[in-house]
Design a protein around this ligand. Sequence first.
Ligand SMILES: C[S@@+](CC[C@H](N)C(=O)[O-])C[C@H]1O[C@@H](n2cnc3c(N)ncnc32)[C@H](O)[C@@H]1O
Length: 414
Amino acid sequence: MTAPAAPLFLPCAAGVEALLTDEVKRLLPRARARAERGGVSLAGGIEEVMRLNLGSRLAQRVLVEVAEGAYVREDHLYELARRVDWTLWITPRQTLRVDTTAQRSPLRSLNFAALRIKDAVCDALRDATGERPNVDTRHPDLQLVLHLGPERATLYVDSSGEPLFKRGWRHDKGDAPLKETLAAAMLAAAGWRGSPETGGALHDPCCGSGTIAIEAAQIACGIAPGLRRRFAFERLVPFAPADVQSLWRQIKLDAEAGVHASAVPIHASDVSFRMVDFARRNAERAGVAQAIVFNGGDALERPAPALPPDLPGTLMLNPPYGERLEVLGKSGRVAPRPSAEDRSTPPDFFARLAAHWKRAYTAHPPGWTAWVLSPDMKLPSHMRLKEARRIPMWNGPIECRLFRFDLVAGSMRA
Ligand SMILES: C[S@@+](CC[C@H](N)C(=O)[O-])C[C@H]1O[C@@H](n2cnc3c(N)ncnc32)[C@H](O)[C@@H]1O
């Protein structure tokens, strides 16, 4: 992980690759980041690994490639893993786990493939030190990811550990919370960056546990997403040298010193007071309670937040899907079980929401732009609004669209 730089791969949700490439270039201006299917690749050492883990809102993990090669049988995987000097990663007193992903692999058992990798690591460490490390499937020190393609295998060290969407602030979940990485992708796709020029004020009127507003507030306040959690690399050998540890302390101190007040108002509300309470507690742990105005209230009735005269506003939400809308993804997939509030969503909810927006959100001259994430491809016709954009996104296995509606007086379709 130290010099020379190793190949790094940052997996992300499908459709987010270009946004993640931009984010990586912002975090590491000198990096040559390349969008690939399902993620972004670049080269980097321990410093890049630390900065990406701390700063990426869109990546699922930061993987360090340690071996790559052709394979036909499990023995070839063993040989591939034996080529790595594992003493550079863990000591035999530490533990490991191997996870496998596969695309058109000829192998019958992915468990057996993972076992061969584990054997190679243990044998290599025993030969080098006389001791074998143990497997720990729950809290391993070294997490390996083996990716098997049809002919080639790639072995990665997972430098993140817990996936990066776990920012360390969510204790209160609610029923159908968005993943933090998806909320961040919605904001990035909308170009919302927490300034008057990049989307202006933000309001999530169906905020649930507060994911969108909390991600937005952290962006607006310059709070790095990883500041409140630990990472797997902190337990690995490349992190042990004193100069690496002091660099990590400095990177975190710099990140903390860059935190500032939000330049734009951020509002979050929900019809369920229980959810507003969850969201507020999550925001406190995320360090952004002061930056968000929380309210209870029905999205069909709440007046638009009052904004300074020239400030535009962004509405961003993933609304309740409701009973009637439960199976509506283009691919016919079933949405997650709706919450109690969702189940009582009236069938004309979206038409009434649009009517309310026309009344309450078009009086403000700079205008509001609404971004709605939904698995319902016909959402604009339910709302009787013409969308300005529709961006494909995946909410876990559910294919969705992020619809953009421009709420400017006179411009909305009747
Ligand atoms: C799919 S969840 C949103 C999840 C949220 N983005 C999160 O990450 O936790 C939909 C939310 O809409 C809320 N809701 C349902 N009907 C509403 C209404 N009429 N007005 C405001 N909120 C409503 C529900 O209470 C629920 O929290």
